[in-house]
Design a protein around this ligand. Structure first.
Ligand SMILES: Nc1ncnc2c1ncn2[C@@H]1O[C@H](COP(=O)(O)OP(=O)(O)OP(=O)(O)O)[C@@H](O)[C@H]1O
Ligand SMILES: [Mg+2]
Length: 221
């Protein structure tokens, strides 16, 4: 489903240069629940951004289904992100100028879901995460943990085929973290392909396979 070959990503130049990804190869099979682990700064978030089509400034080959992503224009890549992917950002990246409800509605608007249907889907996920009372609030008024829950809710609300999650429980207490991992497992059993980045062995245990990243690449199973 996803095939990466020789992916390089460099930030900056000269003395400031960082080779965040160096020749990364990775295959992800449809229906897989993959975990990526590795020390801080080894390139995990950078890799997730490449897979999630949020970054276009890399070199190498990337195939998604039958599409050669490396040959597509950035705009087309964004379309693929909107069509297939849900993304949980390490730093949440909620839109502060709109309410929790509106944040969750955005991914649905990309998929041309009628507004009545959207409202039901947003309400269902807010109920599930027990944050229905936060619906009309703005993200900046919420605790870090609640913002993280909203970030996870936004990633899953539109039932994406591929869920990419960067430290999705880093700011949650253990009971909430368990609920998120159980939700991921349920989605995975329903056919969602998942790639998660985590430092937690507990979270990794929910996945089927773990790859270790070391210093910009060297993925090993
Ligand atoms: N926008 C950027 N500009 C410059 N350097 C960057 C940028 N993003 C990442 N880097 C560098 O690339 C390397 C990999 O960063 P990345 O965020 O992918 O690591 P990570 O494995 O996700 O770390 P963590 O576990 O702390 O989240 C680091 O050296 C980082 O400083
Ligand atoms: Mg990171």
């Amino acid at each position: 489903m996803i095939k990466l070959r020789g992916i390089n990503r460099t930030f900056g130049r000269g003395d400031e240069r960082t080779d965040a990804l160096r020749g990364v190869d990775l295959d992800i099979t449809e229906g897989e629940f993959l975990t990526v682990m590795g020390p801080s700064g080894c390139g995990k978030s950078t890799l997730l951004s490449v897979v999630g089509m949020l970054d276009s400034e890399w070199e190498g080959e990337y195939h998604l289904y039958d599409q050669a992503v490396h040959k597509l224009k950035p705009k087309h890549r964004i379309d693929l992100n909107r069509q297939y992917m849900g993304f949980v950002f390490q730093q949440y990246h909620l839109i502060d100028s709109v309410t929790v409800y509106e944040n969750l509605e955005i991914p649905l608007s990309y998929r041309k879901i009628p507004s009545g249907e959207r409202a039901k889907m947003v309400d269902a996920i807010l109920e599930r995460f027990q944050i229905a009372d936060k619906k009309k609030q703005y993200p900046s008024s919420l605790s870090g943990g609640t913002q993280q829950l909203v970030g996870v809710a936004r990633a899953v609300v539109a039932n994406p085929k591929i869920l990419l999650a960067d430290e999705p429980t880093g700011n949650l207490h253990s009971a909430q973290a368990r609920e998120i991992m159980e939700l991921f497992q349920e989605l995975n059993r329903g056919g969602t392909t998942i790639m998660q980045v985590t430092h937690s062995e507990t979270n990794a245990a929910y996945g089927m396979r773990t790859v270790e990243m070391l210093d910009g690449g060297a993925l090993k199973n």
